[in-house]
Ligand binder design. Structure first.
Ligand code: FAD
Ligand code: DLZ
Ligand code: SF4
Length: 511
């Protein structure tokens, strides 16, 4: 009996559960489909990276002796959807069962679950064992808790996977978290060390031509293309990070510098999310660097927390709350997303920089995503759905399971506090402290209501004021509302009027 084993573009791991127990007669299906490339207008770099990585993965499978059926996007017979490609493959191969690993997006899970009826064939949807916490395990963890705080989840994961743990059961270094050491402002002249680049082979060149031809109208520059496209290259990226950059990861984690998109970040999320790297191997390599005295604990713990903690946690939250999660908009944010999110055409240097990085690299680092573009969207009350789709489209590491909780939950507080205990709202003073953007900006981060005042300042207070009913009970915000009250009515009125003016300028494209 032949099984049809479908592998998606973000399942490019030889250890993927859908390949377990594969028999010589089984057929592996991989397909580039227009439906996936356009359900949001993905950045051309993301499409090119995935198509090239998929083609390389298929080639490696063939070399190992698997029977692979691969449909390229420009195949004249390409139907454009997974369902039709699966239907065709079943007809041609006479497969009796579909085997697939659970997808990273709810919409696709529902489609796969419908195949049993629509295609009249059993569908075996397997757990994605690359993650360190299964969806079921997260659900069980959540059931015994009133609040689902990442920090406690992370501690359990450290214990369960014996990562940065001592024999006496205590966390290495005597603390679970060294974040206090990881909030440094950027020192003068901080810049990124040179990153590695990869030679493009014919497969990548062909993909780049195809993507240029079909998707150049999508937001984002395809060239220069510097992505790793197979496991071997992704491992080079990882090793470069571990040996050269990890020692400083903690120190500069929250810094932002004009013209420096990467600083000391790892740039591995696209590879990890597509399956070229596996979370456990990354955590182990980082821990090893600490044990060998090659990287300090604050850096290593901070880095491991992102992968073992945040990454697994956001996935758990997504699957626990979908499909309701995608519709949440706790603060009723409805302002249409302004044009500068697609053009970088704004006088706000911090926002323009973050969007330029995004356009050029399909990447911006966490603090830019959270505290610049995310923070602006939160303060200005931008439409949660539109902002969420923007993030899904523009980053090469974006899949809904990870993007949605980060955007809708962490950045926009759209889930009303499932992810975070308070909104990540900040004025221009935070950006001024953590970056050098303000030095080059026509706006002044110290001003709130003057002509050249930083827009983040009045918008911050406007956000707090307009959401007071919902936020005033928050145990982490009383001091904010105490300051607001102390301003007095006249100052409050001026700030709110300034915020209205900023929103008007934003709508008119003058911000
Ligand atoms: P590093 O800073 O070097 O961190 C190491 C790794 O930790 C990352 O590669 C990533 O796998 C993991 N990680 C770190 N923070 C998070 C987090 N909050 N959630 C999940 N994993 C994390 N990450 C995505 O992978 N895909 C997304 O679509 C995505 N969208 C985001 C949207 C918003 C609004 C925000 C605030 C964050 C988003 N993140 C997303 C999380 C984070 O910004 C990226 O993982 C990180 O910037 C990737 O760059 P890096 O590999 O250099 O990460
Ligand atoms: C993101 C993406 C794109 C652009 N194209 C494809 C594709 O053509 N074929 C494919 O198998 N996967 C693609 N992907 C990744 C899927 O969107 C991803 O597997 C789902 O969103 C589930 O996470
Ligand atoms: Fe951003 Fe305000 Fe600083 Fe300008 S002054 S870079 S708008 S924080």
């Amino acid at each position: 009996m032949i099984n049809l084993r479908l592998i998606l573009g973000d399942q490019l791991s030889p250890s993927i559960s859908s390949l377990e127990d594969a028999k010589p007669d089984d057929v592996i299906l991989m397909c580039e489909v227009i439906e996936e490339a356009t359900y949001v207008p993905h950045h051309p770099k993301k499409i090119a990276f995935l198509f090239s990585a998929m083609r390389h993965f298929a080639k490696d499978l063939k070399a190992k002796g698997y029977k692979v059926r691969y449909t390229t996007l420009d195949d004249p017979k390409n139907s454009g959807s997974f369902e039709e490609e699966v239907r065709k493959a079943i007809e041609i191969t006479d497969a009796k069962k579909i085997i697939v690993t659970e997808p990273g997006e709810y919409r696709l899970l529902k489609i796969m679950e419908s195949w049993k009826n629509s295609l009249g064939i059993p569908v075996d949807i397997r757990s994605d064992t690359r993650f360190l916490c299964t969806i079921k395990e997260f659900k069980i963890w959540s059931e015994s808790r009133r609040q689902l705080r990442m920090e406690y989840f992370y501690r359990d994961m450290r214990i369960r996977h014996s990562i940065l743990m001592e024999k006496n059961g205590k966390p290495t270094g005597g603390q679970w978290n060294f974040d206090k050491e990881n909030r440094k402002s950027p020192p003068q002249g901080l810049s990124s060390p040179k990153r590695i680049s990869h030679v493009k082979d014919q497969i990548t060149k062909d993909v780049l031509d195809l993507v240029k031809e079909r998707f150049s109208h999508h937001f984002g520059n395809i060239e220069p293309f510097h992505y790793a496209i197979n496991r071997e290259q992704a491992l080079l990226e990882l090793n470069h990070f571990i040996t050269k950059l990890l020692p400083f990861f903690g120190d500069y984690q929250d810094c932002m510098v004009a013209g420096e998109p990467y600083l000391y970040h790892s740039l591995i999320s696209s590879y990890l999310n597509a399956g070229l790297l596996i979370p456990l191997e990354i955590c182990n390599k980082a821990e090893e660097a600490y044990r060998l005295g090659k990287a300090p604990l604050n850096a290593v713990e901070g880095f491991i927390r992102q992968i073992l903690g945040w990454r697994e946690y956001v996935r758990g939250i997504y699957w626990l709350h979908m499909p309701e999660y995608g519709k949440m908009n706790y603060l009723k944010a409805k302002e249409p997303i302004p044009g500068f999110y697609w053009t970088a055409n704004t006088k706000m240097t911090c926002v323009a920089e973050a969007i330029r990085h995004t356009r050029d690299h399909a990447y911006s680092h966490h603090i830019q995503r959270l505290m610049v573009t995310g923070n602006f969207a939160l303060l200005a009350g931008l439409d949660v759905q539109q902002v969420q789709e923007w993030y899904l489209a523009v980053y090469s590491d974006a899949y809904e399971w990870v993007e949605m909780p980060n955007t809708l939950g962490m950045a926009l507080f759209g889930d009303g506090g499932i992810m975070g205990s308070k909104p990540y709202a900040a004025s221009g003073k935070y950006i001024h402290k953590m970056s050098n953007f303000c030095d080059k900006c026509p706006y002044n981060p110290q001003e709130t209501t003057t002509n050249n005042a930083c827009p983040f300042n009045a918008l911050y207070w406007d956000f707090m004021a307009r959401n007071q009913e919902k936020l005033k009970q928050n145990h982490r915000l009383p001091y904010v509302y105490a300051i607001w009250k102390k301003f007095g009515l006249e100052k409050q009125k001026n700030i709110l009027a300034k915020a209205r003016e900023i929103i008007t300028f934003m709508r008119e494209g003058k911000l």
